[in-house]
Design a protein around this ligand. Structure first.
Ligand SMILES: C[S@@+](CC[C@H](N)C(=O)[O-])C[C@H]1O[C@@H](n2cnc3c(N)ncnc32)[C@H](O)[C@@H]1O
Length: 493
């Protein structure tokens, strides 16, 4: 390790970056002596244009529509608004990726390497609950965390899967309008914030990561439709995993070209000269469209992005495939058959779910628009209509969980609480952001007298609990006491 003033960096890394950057290396290494910046994104699905009350003293991140720098002492992760999904804590540079993929409402988007969910939740915010977002993570434990974050942010059009990328290809061939490949990488760009990344780094690890990136990108190439796009990103500096990965991809896949992504103007161009060992000469100009985010040039950590576009119908075609292709892939037909069978088998459960929604939600039809019911054991989900057959895929979350059937009655799911807004329900109660909210998060019952505001009248039955107007969970009210239904696994000590 080479000892800098505040940090030790791997010797071979220091040598390599000094050689690559030449005169610019001094500025680059100085960035390791400076404090890193902290970022969060306000969740547009919940907050719209409104900034949650806690968030004063923020500064906009110029390249991220929803992003802000925050002072370290704010500690937004400790606040109840975090549990309400009002914002997501995300490193500022990482917020450039969803901007670059630029998903539109109604599209079919895949996040192929998605845990813990920074990019997925950003993409979801831009999709405005419309279309289909498939969030995939290969490691089971990380996939669970991803699924919890999808729930916390109130996302109603996401399916969470736990597959190797190759396992997704047969079910999703040329299916997606856009794919994010936020690849596992050697993490050099995170050295300032992550000691493990420094300890685990080696030139051999860089080579292993590069080979893995090629395989993941090949899977993405098979799953994106003609005219669709793949946003490849890493948080590392090594050319082998960045410009060279892009050059190798273009060589294997001449059906793709590069496009300069949105927000690229805030950053530096990629360095085609660092890919000459692998790249064809004619890729030189093309590789200039890739993006380098340098910590010494921006308020954020190191990143790389490349936006690949597949030849073919380039109209954007928001809303999915054109009608002929829908017929050819058989997806609509298969989905329909499945739905009919389930409808027969689970009619009782579905009627109960519909009854629950009618009694508790102001406009249940709005909730059902673009979604269909699906039962999984005793659980009832609202699944995005665009979802294809998933029988060969490990699914953690097939859509928005509406509730669980218990003794013939539906108990609403925590995911439903986080999806709903107080305007959506007949009964809500405001906890405030102080001790009453802390009590609720500990799992304790709340007395009606402790509430800051309520929807009106005597509360009875299911009540949506809010902090600063953001939904946090359910409680069941009876005679002035609100019985806590905040999930046991999420309760704070
Ligand atoms: C950079 S992280 C993703 C971060 C995430 N996109 C976010 O913004 O929160 C890369 C992810 O790829 C996963 N991964 C590791 N090996 C993989 C493989 N062979 N194929 C696909 N994903 C893999 C890791 O478990 C990790 O969660």
């Amino acid at each position: 390790m080479k000892k800098m003033e505040n940090i030790s960096l791997p010797e071979a890394f220091v040598e390599k970056m000094s050689r690559l950057l030449g005169d610019g290396a001094g500025n680059f290494f100085e960035s390791y002596e400076r404090e890193r910046s902290f970022g969060l994104r306000v969740n547009p699905l919940k907050a719209g244009e409104r900034l949650p009350g806690l968030l004063s003293g923020l500064e906009r991140i110029p390249w991220s529509r929803e992003g802000f720098y925050y002072p370290e002492e704010l500690r937004p992760g400790k606040h109840p608004l975090h549990e309400a999904g009002a914002y997501y804590i995300q490193e500022p540079s990482a917020q450039a990726c969803a901007e670059a993929l630029d998903p539109r409402p109604g599209e079919r988007i895949l996040d192929l390497c998605a845990a813990p969910g920074g990019k997925s939740t950003h993409l979801a915010g831009k999709m405005e609950q419309k279309g289909l977002l498939v969030c995939n993570e290969i490691h089971p434990a990380r996939a669970k965390i991803l699924s919890q974050n999808i729930e916390r942010m109130g996302i109603g059009n996401a399916v969470v899967t736990n597959m190797e990328p190759a396992g997704l290809v047969p079910g999703f061939r040329e299916f997606f309008d856009g794919i994010a490949v936020d690849a596992p990488c050697s993490g050099e760009g995170m050295f300032r914030k992550d000691e493990n990344a420094r300890l685990e780094w080696s030139p051999a690890q860089v080579a292993v990561c590069a080979a893995r990136q090629d395989q993941i990108l090949d899977c993405a190439a098979a799953m994106v439709r003609p005219g669709g796009r793949i946003l490849y990103s890493t948080c590392t500096f090594s050319p082998e995993e960045n410009e060279q990965t892009a050059a190798r991809f273009l060589e294997r896949h001449p059906e793709f070209c590069l496009e300069r992504p949105r927000a690229a103007g805030f950053f530096s161009e990629g360095r085609p000269e660092w890919a000459e060992s692998v790249g064809l000469k004619e890729q030189r100009d093309e590789l200039r469209k890739t993006v380098r985010i340098w910590p010494h040039e921006t308020g954020g950590e190191g990143h790389f992005m490349a936006l690949f576009v597949k030849n073919g119908d380039g109209t954007g075609n928001a809303g999915g495939m054109e009608p002929e292709r829908r017929q050819k892939d058989g997806r609509k037909k298969r989905g329909g058959e499945k739905k009919d069978k389930r409808a027969g088998k689970d009619q009782g459960e579905l009627m109960e779910a519909a009854r629950f929604l009618k009694e508790n939600v102001r406009e249940p039809d709005r909730l059902l628009a673009g979604r269909r019911f699906l039962t999984f054991g005793d659980n009832v989900y609202l699944v995005p209509e665009e979802t294809p057959e998933l029988s060969k895929i490990r699914v953690l979350r097939p859509g928005l969980q509406a509730g669980t059937l218990k003794k013939g009655r539906m108990e609403p799911a925590h995911a439903l609480a986080l999806f709903l807004k107080k305007e959506d329900v007949f009964q809500w109660a405001e906890l405030g952001t102080g001790e009453t909210a802390a009590k609720y998060l500990r799992g304790e019952a709340i007395g009606a007298g402790e509430l800051e505001a309520v929807s009106g009248g005597d509360l009875k039955g299911w009540v949506l609990m809010t902090v600063d107007g953001f939904s946090l969970g359910f409680a069941k009210a009876d005679r002035g006491v609100l019985k806590n239904h905040y999930p046991k696994g999420l309760r704070r000590p």
